[in-house]
Design a protein around this ligand. Structure first.
Ligand SMILES: CN(C)CCCNS(=O)(=O)c1cccc(Nc2nc(OCC3CCCCC3)c3[nH]cnc3n2)c1
Length: 285
C-alpha cells in the first residue's frame, strides 16, 4: 500500500521531479524525489547509488534530512523521501531582494553563512552516521558536495538553512583521492577545475565563497556571456567589492575563500574559528 499521498510538484530537474507528499501514518508533509530510472544510463545509476550511500551517512540539522527510498519496479521509478523545506531555496530569496531593490541585512547573512558552514563542515569532517546499517564503524569520511549554490540551500520550517541535493556529491575514501569528473554550475566553478579538473574540499570552499558573495551583492562574483570568458575571469580571481553597507570582516572572509590558489583558502574548521575566535564550541550545535 502506498504510504504517501502525492501533493503538488515543487520543481523539476535533470533527474526527474520533486513533489510534496503527505505521510499517511501521521500526516507529516515530506518531499519526494521521483526518478524514472529507465531514462538513466550506467553513469547516472552509479551516481544515484553514490547519492544514496552519502545520504545515509549524513544526519545534521543544517542538511536536508533523508528518510528513505523506495523502488517501484512496475513503473521503473525510484523515490527518495526527504525533509520538506517550506521556506523555499536561497535563489528565490535573492531574486526577491533584487526585485524589491532591498539587500539582506549583515546579521541575516552571518546567520545564513554560519549554518551552511556547519553543514559543509559535517560533510568534510563529519563521521559517517551509517544510518543505513552499512558496515563501517564511526569512521571519518569526506563528502564533497560539489554543487553548492543558492538553488541547493533551502529554508526549513524550523527557520534553519538546509544544504540539499547531494545529487552530484562524492565520497572521498581515506586517501582523499580527487574526484575526477566535474559537474555542477559553471558560475561557481573553481580555478583548479578549469586547469587540472581536480575537485576536493577546497573547491567546495570556493563555491561557498561565491554563495556568500552572492548573498551580499545579489549576483555571483564572476559572470560572463560565454564559458571561455567566464573561465578567464575565474582563473584571474579578481572580484568587484561588495556593497559598502557590509563590514570589512565579511568581505575579507569572502576574499579568503575566493583565493585562486586552493591551498590559501581556509578549511571549514578555520572558517568556524574565524567566526568564533574565542569560543571553542563553535562547531557544536
Ligand atoms: C530553482 N527554484 C526557483 C525552483 C522552483 C521551486 N521553488 S523552491 O524555491 O525550490 C521551493 C519552494 C517551496 C518549497 C521548497 N522545498 C523543498 N524543495 C526541494 O527541492 C526543490 C527542487 C530542487 C531541484 C530543482 C527543482 C526544485 C527539496 N528537496 C528536499 N526537500 C525540499 N524542499 C522549495
Amino acid at each position: 500500500m502506498e504510504q504517501y499521498e502525492p501533493l503538488e510538484i515543487i520543481g523539476t530537474g535533470s533527474f526527474g521531479l520533486i513533489r510534496k507528499v503527505r505521510r499517511k501514518t501521521d500526516g507529516k508533509i515530506l518531499a519526494r524525489k521521483e526518478i524514472d530510472y529507465r531514462r538513466m544510463n550506467e553513469k547516472e545509476r552509479n551516481q544515484l547509488s553514490a547519492e544514496f550511500s552519502i545520504l545515509c551517512e549524513l544526519d545534521h540539522p543544517n542538511i536536508v534530512r533523508y528518510y528513505g527510498r523506495h523502488v517501484d519496479k512496475i513503473n521503473c521509478m525510484i523515490y527518495i523521501i526527504m525533509e520538506y523545506c517550506e521556506g523555499g531555496d536561497l535563489s528565490s530569496i535573492i531574486k526577491k531582494c533584487k526585485k524589491e531593490g532591498t539587500f539582506l541585512s549583515e546579521n541575516t547573512i552571518w546567520h545564513f553563512f554560519t549554518q551552511i558552514l556547519r553543514a559543509l563542515h559535517e560533510c568534510h569532517y563529519g563521521y559517517g552516521k551509517n544510518k543505513c546499517g552499512s558496515n563501517h564503524s564511526q569512521q571519518h569520511i569526506t563528502i564533497l558536495h560539489r554543487d553548492i549554490k543558492p538553488d541547493n540551500v533551502f529554508l526549513g520550517s524550523d527557520n534553519k538553512l538546509k544544504l540539499g541535493d547531494f545529487g552530484l556529491s562524492r565520497k572521498l575514501n581515506l586517501d582523499r583521492e580527487f574526484a575526477q569528473t566535474y559537474v555542477g554550475t559553471p558560475y561557481y566553478m573553481s580555478p583548479e577545475l578549469i586547469t587540472e579538473s581536480h575537485y576536493d574540499v577546497k573547491s567546495d570552499i570556493w563555491s561557498l565563497g561565491c554563495l556568500l558573495y552572492e548573498l551580499c551583492a545579489l549576483q555571483p562574483p564572476f559572470q560572463a556571456k560565454s564559458q571561455p570568458v567566464l573561465a578567464i575571469k575565474i582563473s584571474a580571481g579578481t572580484i568587484s567589492p561588495i556593497p559598502s553597507r557590509y563590514s570589512d570582516e565579511l568581505y575579507n572572509i569572502i576574499k579568503a575563500m575566493l583565493m585562486v590558489d586552493p591551498n590559501q583558502r581556509p578549511t571549514t574548521m578555520e572558517l568556524i574559528k574565524m567566526l568564533n575566535p574565542n569560543k571553542d564550541t563553535a562547531y557544536r550545535e
